[in-house]
Design a protein around this ligand. Sequence first.
Ligand code: DC
Length: 225
Amino acid sequence: MIVAIDGPAGAGKSTVARMVADSRGWTYIDTGAMYRAVTLLALEQDIALDDEEELGQLAGNAEIGFKPGSEGVPRVFAGCREVTADIRRQDVTHSVSQVSAHPEVRRAMLEKQRRLLESGDTVVDGRDIGTVVCPGADVKIYLTATVAERAGRRRLELEEKGDAISQEQMEREIRERDEYDSSRRVAPLKAADDAVVIDTTEMNIDQVVAAVTEIIDKAQEGAAG
Ligand code: DC
């Protein structure tokens, strides 16, 4: 079974996807981490963020892989180098929307993502999974929340890593990223017509996991019966 979880930054996709996959012993694929890995390599190799051809080649040649880590958090690799921590750097976060908007980059990632999805029961999160990467997914969920709530969650995450940022600045960054991800020409962020939309603004993570679990259970019952 393939469970697609899409939504904007800070909606809780990766935490929920990870917990759901972990509880069932399924594979979890974080497609945002793949775009982040390409962006990290581009920054390190001084490739201009508007050079679609170079970025497309880089994305095509990058060997991005996952290995299980502690508490279900996947370790991310570019070739044999582990990039799990580096892809969460602020400079990567600031550049990833621009890199991921290039059609050539998306084409290369799409191929890799579809290959990864061949491995069986999987929970996969991103922006375009239910619409483009896997339109035939068995379950499609679109998680969202208000900008203020998502900014608050991201700030907490950063604080835990020792980075402080004001609520105002974080809201501005989230809005910018939403705008970039939703308005790009190819595979923009949007809910698939047949996705179940869950607004998580007033929910804690356990409530969201319970809601998603119920949807998957129903889909499995439907498939079995
Ligand atoms: O989920 P995240 O914040 O780690 O994603 C980083 C960026 O990658 C996000 O701003 C948009 C892009 N992305 C995408 O374009 N398509 C996906 N399927 C996943 C992420």
